[in-house]
Ligand binder design. Structure first.
Ligand SMILES: Cc1cc2nc3c(=O)[nH]c(=O)nc-3n(C[C@H](O)[C@H](O)[C@H](O)COP(=O)(O)OP(=O)(O)OC[C@H]3O[C@@H](n4cnc5c(N)ncnc54)[C@H](O)[C@@H]3O)c2cc1C
Length: 497
């Protein structure tokens, strides 16, 4: 990486302007600032809505490592470490998972950088003041003997989740002398002598300014919060998806860069979407509930649509490898609604922060037929679905949520793991719809974050990172890779910009 600082031009607003104020933006800003660059972050949201999608996250970050002993130098101490098994997760495992969930559509060069540099990236951020820990509540079930086994290749997260992550970033930026301006709606790019030379920005009070810099790093998210662009690129119906995160990622800087000659990168037809509380008021861009509106314990139960039918394999893989594509499956069901069903035996295993959320959309009844009536599903139809499912399970295979246990429901569609008959009342139905997280299409960039044109040539002075850099994900996504990608490519862009 090029670590040398550029020469400051006093006429410029900064050496480096970073557009956006999420994880990728702040990471890029830190990398530029530690090189001695004068950095200005321009964030569209008002200060009280800071942090982009990154604020809404659980802070879960996928990195390669050699097991717990390899992590202890930068994660917070925890007395449970002594009884915890964190299986090693190699760069090759990481690359394999990316290829598996995208059906091989992941860009190989971006992948190589991501899988090798996510862990060093976190160590570097930790050295600046960010805090990490093992995510016991999300990625491990306590076993009967009191020990823990982590699963799903996703083990480390930020202390305080996404909120903690973004508070840490803001503090570090302040320590490094980076200026952050909020309420800055950047809508265009300035060019001079064939190079990007700054941005056009409209402020909260309507005043339009031109701000100059030697380099511009775009870290302004995807187009997930733009209904028209969603419908145009993802297809009809997507305008009805609920926005899980920030309302400010409307794709404006993607449009600005494309109109300057940047090439599209990655898959513009697909996105990350999850099962999301269907009916609770305020189920979009909710800064109090953030990620608690997600419903992620579905591999333990079954999911039915309004016709009382199952329509997917709830146990196809660990949740980390299926959750980001199942939002789309729900969107395609009648009324874009479905119900996650559990019985009294499974209920205590559901992730508390989500299923005990204040205002959670849930129906509860002592029998399956009564439950069906409460959710407006034909009782006979639902009872038949549950009975068929229950009868198809080979219960002689032991149930173990920490491994892919092969305890299958041999029905249509099958459930490949963790099948448990729903027999004991009360029964619970959690209503879910499709929540869109972020779009996979972005700008074409090289692994250094340089934005490329249609002929593969860098647009001088222009960099992209985070959701704006396309090419890593398509159709699906391994949990925790979004923040990791922001760290790796934000750091790379900030090391050159
Ligand atoms: C509820 C939820 C939970 C998630 N959980 C996880 C998780 O645990 N782990 C994980 O890896 N990923 C998770 N993700 C995905 C993750 O949020 C993203 O992959 C990642 O945060 C993207 O970072 P970013 O910096 O590119 O974008 P963002 O954090 O969204 O930052 C983009 C910023 O750009 C600003 N902006 C947009 N347009 C303009 C403009 N024109 N001018 C100026 N500023 C602009 C926005 O206001 C925003 O602040 C989750 C997402 C959501 C919504």
């Amino acid at each position: 990486m090029n670590a040398s600082a550029g020469t400051a031009n006093p006429g410029n607003a900064a050496d480096v302007i970073v557009v956006g104020g999420g994880n990728a933006a702040f990471t890029a800003a830190h990398a530029a600032a530690v090189r001695g660059r004068r950095v200005l972050i321009l964030e569209k949201a008002p200060r009280e809505q800071f942090g982009g999608n990154s604020y809404y996250t659980a802070g879960a970050t996928r990195i390669a490592h050699r097991g717990l002993t390899d992590l202890v130098d930068f994660i917070e101490p925890d007395e449970r470490h002594a009884t915890t098994d964190v299986p090693p997760y190699s760069p090759a495992d990481y690359a394999h998972d990316l290829a598996k969930v995208t059906n091989g559509r992941n860009d190989p060069d971006l992948t190589e950088a991501l899988v090798n540099e996510a862990a060093p990236g976190l160590r570097w951020l930790h050295s600046l003041g960010l805090k990490y820990r093992l995510m016991y509540e999300r990625q491990a079930y306590e076993r009967a003997d009191g020990t823990y086994l982590f699963w799903g290749g996703l083990h480390v997260g930020n202390v305080g989740g996404g909120e903690g992550l973004m508070h840490d970033h803001v503090r570090v930026a302040d320590q490094l002398g980076t200026e952050v301006r909020y309420g800055q709606d950047v809508f265009g790019l300035l060019t001079e002598n064939g190079a990007v030379a700054g941005v056009k920005v409209r402020q909260d009070n309507g005043i339009v300014e031109e701000l100059r810099a030697e380099s511009v790093v775009l870290a302004a998210g995807g187009f997930e919060a733009n209904r028209e662009l969603r419908r145009a690129h993802l297809g009809p119906g997507w305008e009805n998806a609920k926005v899980r995160g920030t309302p400010f990622n409307t794709g404006q800087m993607l449009t600005a860069a494309l109109s300057l000659g940047a090439a599209k990168g990655g898959d513009w037809q697909s996105c990350h979407s999850t099962q999301w509380d269907a009916f609770t008021p305020g189920n979009e861009s909710n800064r109090e509930l953030t990620n608690r509106l997600t419903r992620q314990s579905y591999p333990l139960g079954i999911i039915v649509n309004r016709d009382g039918e199952r329509f997917l394999d709830e146990g196809a893989d660990f949740r980390n490898y299926t959750y980001a594509k199942y939002g789309k499956e729900i969107l395609e069901q009648p009324g874009s609604v479905a119900y996650q069903l559990f019985d009294a035996g499974l209920r205590p295993m559901l992730r508390a922060e989500e299923y005990d959320m204040p205002g959670v959309s849930v129906a509860r009844a002592d029998s399956v037929e009564e439950l069906a009536a409460r959710i407006g599903v034909d009782p006979e139809r639902l009872a038949k679905t549950v009975n068929d499912y229950n009868r198809s399970i080979d219960v002689s295979i032991p149930f173990d949520p920490n491994v892919k246990d092969g305890r299958r429901a041999d029905t249509m569609p099958p459930k490949s793991n963790w099948a448990t008959p729903l027999t004991t009342g009360p029964f619970y139905a959690y209503a879910v719809t499709c929540g869109i997280t972020f779009t996979f299409g972005g700008l074409k960039g090289d692994p250094h974050g340089r934005v490329l044109d249609d002929r593969g040539r860098p647009l001088p002075g222009l960099y992209a990172c985070g959701e704006m850099l396309g090419g890593l994900f398509s159709g699906n996504y391994p949990g925790g890779s979004g923040l990791a990608a922001g760290v790796v490519f934000g750091r790379r862009a900030g090391s050159l910009a």
